[in-house]
Every structure is written in C-alpha cells, then in structure tokens.
Design a protein around this ligand. Sequence first.
Ligand SMILES: Nc1ncnc2c1ncn2[C@@H]1O[C@H](COP(=O)(O)OP(=O)(O)OP(=O)(O)O)[C@@H](O)[C@H]1O
Ligand SMILES: [Mg+2]
Length: 269
Amino acid sequence: MNSSTKQIIAVAGCKGGVGKTLIAVNLALSLANNGRRVVLMDGNLAVPDVGISLGLEKNLNVERQKEGQDIANFIKEGPSGVHVLTPLGQPIWRETVETGQAVRMIESLESLSPSLDTLIIDTAPGLAPDNIALIQAAGEILIVLNQEVLSLLDSVRLIRLLYREYGVRRFNVVVNAVSNRRYGSNQFERLQNHLSDEVAIILRYQGAVPFDKAVAESLSRQKALLESSPDCRASKAINRIAQQIMAAPVTPPRGRIEFFLPARISERV
Ligand SMILES: Nc1ncnc2c1ncn2[C@@H]1O[C@H](COP(=O)(O)OP(=O)(O)OP(=O)(O)O)[C@@H](O)[C@H]1O
Ligand SMILES: [Mg+2]
C-alpha cells in the first residue's frame, strides 16, 4: 500500500447484534498483523462495545474516575499495535453524546495521522441520520448481515438509504454466524435479488464467517478472537476477508469526513 494512501472502512449493518463489532475488531487486528497501521474507531458513541470486547475498559474505568468527565484522551493501544479510538469508561449516558464528542474523538487522530494508513469504523445499528452520515463518509462500506431474514431486509433498507441519500454504489458484504458456508452465499444472492431494481448498486461478496463458539469464549475473556483463538474457523474466515481487502484497490474516502483531516471533519460532524 502506498504510504500516502489512506483507507477508511465502515463496518455497518442495520440490524443489531449481527456481528459488526466482531468483524470490525478482528478485521482491524488481521490488517495490523499484515503490516497495516490501523486505527479502530468505535463509531457507536452511545453504546461503545469495542473497548469492552478488547478488555480496554478495565484500565479505562480507573482513568475515567481520575479524570472525572474529561474524555479528551480517546486513543488507546490495543492488541497487534492497533490504535483504538473509543470513548472512555462506562457507556456514556445518551444526553452526554454530543456532536462535539465525535469531533473531539476524530480530532484526536491528528497527532497520529502521518504514521497510520487504515481506519476501521465500527458503527451503530439503525438508520439514525448521524450513523448514516458516518457510514457514508468512509471510502468503503462493509455490510455485515447474518442468515436471518430480518437482517437481510434491514440490510436492504440500509443499502437503499445510502444509495438514495448519498449516492453510495459499492458495498462489500459479509454474512456472519453462518451454520454452513452455502447459507452465506445464498443470503448474498437474496440480497442481490432484493436490490436488483437498483441497477447502479454494486455488491461484492467477501465471504461468510461461521458461527463459532470461540467467539463467545473470547468475549467472556475480553480478548479479541484473533488473539484468543487465532486458529478457529471464524478467525480464519476473517483473515481471508482481510486478505481480499488488502488485494483490492483502495477507494478513497467520500469527502464528508476525510481521514486525518480533522478540520474538515469538524465542519461537518
Ligand atoms: N461468528 C459468530 N459466531 C458465534 N457468535 C457470534 C458470531 N458473531 C457474533 N456472535 C455473537 O453475537 C453477539 C453480537 O455480536 P456483535 O456485538 O459483534 O454484534 P453487533 O452487530 O456489533 O451488535 P450491535 O448492533 O449491538 O453493535 C456477540 O455477543 C457474539 O456472542
Ligand atoms: Mg456492535
């Protein structure tokens, strides 16, 4: 990857609990293990899970008590050298999640920007305008769905909305927690069929991640799956997805949020 090229990937999926955080966290680790210099941002400020799933919260709680309400220090060192950009401490009460917070978080990238090349954003479920604005701003969007019908139909909604409101045409797709690889490709075909009326939309299947009990085990240990079970089936599947992403050309950010250009971000968020 050219040192001046920056890649932003938003991991998104309208439905809650489909595995967005699992994929975002472990994709970030996999890319870092392959030499990428990665920032992993928790874009779900109201319910930030990334720090918890990596066990970073344990230390952060102490720091938060010391710092009171000061949440200016957002970047933490995660596994595999991944820089984790997350609000500190306990989940923040809704009324404290303000525009300024997201701006300050993203601005905290500034000091790191020259040495980093990849930003993975774990996003919130749902179609709330601020979430959609964050998702569309990335150069690349990785849609995560599972094999259930609600997840399929919610993904259709999300993709239509991103296309109609923001003109996003390209989507990478992962089907997570499948009991059989065939279910993944079948679900992808259903997604294509549901969106066949939007001829400009291009969906690219990046593969399936199997349902794997190692996922729950890693969460209970508050370790990334790739760290706690690097050879499990789900880890291998995520590594394959990372390889495909690294082999594909990078699509630059779309301009509403520019990687490592905080001034522009501040104007827009
Ligand atoms: N491949 C998998 N195998 C087994 N369990 C999984 C898998 N993917 C996700 N899970 C389970 O599903 C739960 C939800 O996963 P995750 O938190 O990554 O979803 P999410 O889409 O980020 O949820 P939210 O919408 O709440 O942010 C996890 O607690 C995990 O136990
Ligand atoms: Mg999540």
